[in-house]
Design a protein around this ligand. Structure first.
Ligand code: ZN
Length: 267
């Protein structure tokens, strides 16, 4: 059950309950390596007198967040063009700049304007007076298990939901736990100790270890998780999560239908 979901810009935070860590890990791994994303994977240099070599420039270009419409493209190796490159599998960008200037991601001109790079201020290289950079870059659809430039989700992680209990019959209100807490979430309100934002608890147990009366206990709910991840802007976090769940669902469906066939064959 999803108890909370926040999608803000490129970041996502969810509180999920009634599941175990292997379920959360399946989603984490799918997000990290199986979501299709567009990335530049081929560059033709017509002129490069910049201080950077073709290889370094190509690597920098491959890491740019290319706006992705997963359903509009097919992976190049599965396309009808058989890998030659066509509008179904390849998106072309061109760049032509002469110094003195800084070349930014926004200088790449997309063949189709709806795929212009949204984050236009990513620096690619500096050009001095008379230096030129003229190139054509091809973006294709891929997944991170093929190459890291296709990674759609980053900083994907989850932790168990913290449970903090205070035994007021033992608590002397001496503020030891308040001073010990690294994220500073334990506060004193009147003659009570309160937890201000329990989701910020890192489960470090500093408060529990420092309290000599054993008044505060930190544990966690084994079936409830705080799940966070972000994207580089190529895809919306909500879209990425939906796709991951869809992919897991498909895998399980295919597994279950194969199980059924095996059982039938046995009889
Ligand atoms: Zn094609």
């Amino acid at each position: 059950m999803i108890e909370k979901k926040i999608f803000e810009g490129n970041k996502a935070e969810l509180v999920v309950s009634g599941v175990d860590s292997s379920f959360m890990n399946s989603i984490r791994r799918t997000l990290l390596s199986e979501i299709p994303k567009l990335a530049i994977d081929e560059v033709i240099f017509y002129e490069n007198s910049s201080p950077l070599t073709n290889e370094i420039l190509a690597h920098r270009l491959s890491m740019l967040p290319i706006p992705t419409e997963m359903d509009l493209f097919v992976p190049k190796d599965q396309c009808v063009c058989e890998g030659a490159g066509c509008p179904n599998c390849t998106l072309i960008y061109t760049l032509s700049k002469e110094g003195p200037c800084t070349v930014y991601s926004g200088d790449l001109e997309a063949q189709r304007s709806e795929f212009s790079i949204k984050d236009k201020d990513i620096p690619i290289t500096e050009l001095a007076e008379g230096q030129r950079l003229i190139l054509e870059a091809m973006a294709t659809l891929g997944t991170a298990n093929k190459h890291a430039s296709y990674q759609a989700a980053f900083a994907v992680g989850y932790k168990n939901y913290p449970v903090i209990s205070i035994d007021y019959s033992k608590c002397d209100l001496g503020k030891t736990c308040i001073d010990a807490c690294p994220p500073n979430i334990i506060k004193k309100e009147g003659n009570r100790i309160v937890i201000e934002d329990i989701e910020k608890c890192t489960l470090c147990k500093e408060c529990e270890n420092r309290c000599e009366f054993g008044a505060i206990k930190v544990t966690y709910d084994p079936e409830k998780f705080i799940f966070r991840f972000e994207t580089d802007g190529a895809l919306e976090p909500e879209e990425v999560l939906k796709k991951a769940i869809e992919m897991l669902d498909k895998k399980l469906e295919s597994f279950s239908s194969q199980m059924f066939t095996v059982e039938e064959e046995k009889q």
